[in-house]
Design a protein around this ligand. Sequence first.
Ligand code: PTJ
Length: 262
Amino acid sequence: MVKTFMVSKCIGRNVEISKDHPRYRSLVIRERMGELMERGVVARTGLIAHGRGEAFDYLIGERTIPCAARAEEAAAAALLEAKRPVITINGNAAALAAKELVDLAILAGAKVEVNLFHRTDERVERVCNYVEEVSGAKVLGRDPDAILPGIASDRAKCCSEGIFTADLVLIPLEDGDRAEALVKAGKKVIAIDLNPLSRTAVVAHISIVDEVTRAVPNIITHAARLKNDKNARRAILKSYDNHAALQGARDAICAHMSEGAK
Ligand code: PTJ
């Protein structure tokens, strides 16, 4: 059988990936991550974090599991209910979903702030430029003027008009230290993290155990539906149970693994 090969349009070099390949999507995303690592947007260890995410995604069956769908709906409701919501973007989140995260911010009236774990001024500039290039919107992060207490590293640097005064922060693909510091600072935290055992997922108020490129469009769909329905938003948040969401994710992994073993 003759296979058709497509040159992937979303990556800027001549890599051919067969659309017939069962892991086409994953391979295209890997190429993009690799290229953005070379451009200094993704950190070198960001590729390792991505691999860990892929492993967990495999274990949940590369689909939005029901408890993640409920968390995505709750996230949309919480974003719309917040007074000063902020969406933070790191190198991996930028590479995977910069445009979609900014679209969500616009819909929810949230600010976008770039905040990096592997922080240098040069990298902050690169990630800000990349997000602004693909989304056409201005982001915060270049000139931090505040310190988030409880973080020993440079990652504590943030903007007073963004993270520092936010009442809710959406953190896609985060490390646990900052998630904990944000919770301790009294902010409502929404995490998108495929690992239901991670400190980030455990400390967040709404933990979305889903892949970022599936989760963000789902949150956008819910936010568009809930934008003018305050009663529905409040009812969703009243009945949402994050312990059940995390337990649901762990159960889904166990069920998927025992199905595969049959
Ligand atoms: O760009 P920087 O310098 O801010 O660094 C970003 C990384 C991601 C390298 C940094 O925050 C980091 O080291 O994160 P961790 O501690 O490896 O945590 C990343 C978490 O995201 C892990 O629990 C992964 O399972 C999860 N993850 C990875 N890829 C995805 C994901 N969750 C959802 N969607 C993904 N695509």
